[in-house]
Design a protein around this ligand. Structure first.
Ligand SMILES: [Zn+2]
Length: 126
């Protein structure tokens, strides 16, 4: 009786079926193993897809507002388009301390508290 209580119940991670056999076994069958990992992968790709969509949208907004090499926009103009300031692909800080934030090749740098200069980068910088 006591042995039964101490024993931890081992169940399949996918279907909750009781597991028998090897101690490190996590699934009752190959089928359960496969569907478990497929599900995990699709959750991950959903997460990445959502973030990629935000970044793509940010990039599109910047692209639509840039004219020539650089142009000035108001913060509210970006917000009106649905721009999300917390998402960007990389940051570049100049020697003078200006912070450029990029969504792929399009970036912005604050001019004052309510406006930004949009820039387009021609080359990839690591
Ligand atoms: Zn199972």
């Amino acid at each position: 009786m006591e042995k039964e209580i101490i024993k931890t119940k081992r169940i399949c991670l996918e279907c909750d079926e009781k597991l028998i056999g090897r101690k490190d076994k996590k699934f009752c069958s190959d089928q359960c193993r496969t569907s478990f990992f497929n599900r995990m992968n699709s959750d991950q790709s959903k997460f990445m897809k959502n973030i990629n969509n935000i970044l793509r949208k940010n990039r599109k907004i910047l692209e639509s507002m840039v004219s020539g090499r650089s142009s000035k926009v108001q913060r509210f103009e970006l917000l009106d388009e649905g721009f999300k300031f917390s998402y960007f692909t990389n940051e570049y800080i100049t020697k003078t301390g200006k912070t450029y934030r990029f969504c792929y090749e399009f970036g912005y740098v604050p001019v004052d508290i309510n406006s930004f200069m949009i820039v387009q980068r021609k080359e990839y910088i690591d």
